[in-house]
Design a protein around this ligand. Structure first.
Ligand code: SAM
Length: 261
């Protein structure tokens, strides 16, 4: 598509990929097979979309910018395109059935809410390959006892295997963003690959424990555990949330009673 006729819109987080080497690298990471059901979030001017169409792929495109939606509706390969003209955060992914693959150079302002939006659909997803702000990728793959480790790390690591891939500098985009970017791959965990606990309870205890990340669990989780809670769990209440493994959070979630508002 002709980029000269579209002005990048800040409110849609539009930073279009223009570095051919990076585009090639992303397509190599995606390694699309002809039968793949690929859903691209934010095709923009088609940096990733057009080469995939050239390879004969059939694609679903989710795009919020109406001008870009109109362009995609006029693209000659209509028989291989489904355009969903919607905010991805309102898209019901259940409509796509099973084993779909997600691709997106995401607008950075929606990346964290999108990751949480995908959690309930994890089982139907084959994998996701996203370009995100590098700082968010660092948080996704962070291990306990590091400053990047937090609610995002624990909740996403419960549901997905994640791998940080290619780092991408601002100059790879037009206009360049102010921050570094990186690719990350998410593959949903099978039930036996996750520690056993209820994800809703896990989410509550994790949010509460990280509400004041510098404080001891004794203080952030005060009044939320049974009297013998800490002893029974074998977790030292003087520890901070950022030192707890996913398995330990899962243990905690089983005895946690959310405080009343
Ligand atoms: N894929 C293109 C590329 O790599 O050059 C464009 C990437 S650009 C960073 C983000 C794209 O997402 C834009 O096309 C933008 O219009 C679209 N977008 C922004 N917010 C969106 C939303 N909430 N739902 C769906 N698409 C959105």
């Amino acid at each position: 598509m002709n980029p000269s006729t579209h002005r990048a819109r800040k409110r849609f987080g539009q930073h279009f990929l223009t570095d051919e080497g990076i585009i090639e690298g992303i397509l190599r990471l995606l390694a699309p097979a002809p039968t793949d059901k690929i859903i691209e979030i934010g095709p923009g001017l088609g940096a990733l979309t057009l080469p995939l169409l050239e390879r004969g792929m059939t694609l679903t495109l989710i795009e919020l910018d109406r001008d870009l939606v109109e362009r995609w509706r006029r693209h000659p390969a209509q028989d291989r395109l489904t355009v969903v003209p919607q905010d991805v955060l309102t898209v019901d992914f259940a409509q796509f059935g099973n084993a779909w693959r997600l691709l997106g150079n995401l607008p950075y302002n929606i990346s964290t809410p999108l990751l949480f939006h995908l959690i309930p659909h994890a089982a139907a997803l084959k994998d996701a390959l996203f370009m995100l702000q590098k700082e968010v990728v660092d948080r996704l793959v962070a291990a306990p006892d590091t400053s990047d480790y937090g609610r995002l790390s624990v909740m996403l690591q419960y549901h997905f295997h994640m791998e940080a891939l290619l780092e991408v500098p601002p100059q790879a985009f037009t206009p360049p963003p102010k921050v570094d970017s990186a690719m990350v791959r998410l593959i949903p965990k099978l039930p036996h690959e996750r520690p056993e606990c209820n994800p809703v309870a896990l989410s509550r205890v994790v949010a509460q424990a990280f509400s004041q990340r510098r404080k001891m669990l004794r203080s952030t989780l005060k009044g939320t555990l049974p009297a013998d809670g800490w002893d029974a769990l074998g977790i030292d209440p003087q520890r901070r949330a950022e030192t707890l493994s996913l398995e330990e959070f899962c243990q905690l979630s089983k005895v946690f009673n959310a405080p009343r508002d």
